[in-house]
Design a binder for this molecule. Structure first.
Ligand code: SF4
Length: 202
């Protein structure tokens, strides 16, 4: 599957500590998207499910895996198989999508349904710049919603969470950012005088 980037442990992309997987490819092109470099379906790198599972296994203490984009539901079949293996290890799966849950169910597509069947917490809907709102954890515009597709999570997990942003400084001095800042990403990047954001999706 095409993958833009991974972060092996973060507290900014769903409940608890999570392994995060930014998939490559998104045809939605929302105005104000923080990660336009994830749009090109030919970008990123090809990863096998086995290689991703090894990377997930090497991340001790995580509660689960979060799928971000790019758009996970533009390559749902392979992600469904990966998430099934993740959940078989007792880990949870959270996912962001620019589609609404209703749009995904209306596809009547087996691969889409298979991926939905492996997700505990879904955050849906496109990022809409005019409705930007960082008051709720992990999501960035008022139209976006939380869906508890299993009983693993509940509204209490949302109420107890805080909006966070993380900065990672690489050995070469590069700075990577993930999470949802309460400032425009461009402002933060200007303050840091740096690029290379993982940004935040959906
Ligand atoms: S915000 Fe999400 S759905 Fe919208 S263009 Fe960016 S990656 Fe795609």
């Amino acid at each position: 599957m095409r993958i833009h980037s991974i972060v092996s442990k973060t507290a900014s992309e769903g409940p608890g500590l999570r392994f995060c997987l930014w998939v490559q490819g998104c045809s939605r092109h929302c105005k104000g998207c923080f990660n336009p470099e994830t749009w090109d379906p030919a970008g990123g790198e090809e990863w096998t499910a086995e290689a991703l599972l090894s990377a997930i296994d090497a991340a001790p203490g995580i509660e689960g895996v979060t799928l971000l984009g790019g758009e996970p539901f533009e390559q749902p079949g392979e992600l469904a198989a990966l998430c099934a293996a993740v959940r078989a290890q007792g880990l949870s799966v959270a996912a962001f999508t620019g589609y609404t849950l209703e749009e995904l169910r209306a596809r009547r597509d087996p691969a889409t349904d298979a991926l939905l069947g492996q997700i505990d917490l879904l955050m849906d809907g496109p990022f809409i710049l005019e409705q930007q709102d960082f008051s709720r954890p992990w999501i960035g515009s008022r139209n976006q919603r939380y869906h508890f597709l299993t009983d693993r999570y509940s509204l209490n997990d949302i109420k107890n969470a805080r909006q966070r942003v993380e900065f990672r400084i690489g050995p070469d001095g590069s700075i990577a950012i993930n999470g949802m800042p309460d400032l425009p990403m461009q402002t933060i990047l200007g303050m840091l005088n740096a690029g290379g954001s993982h940004g935040k999706q959906e």
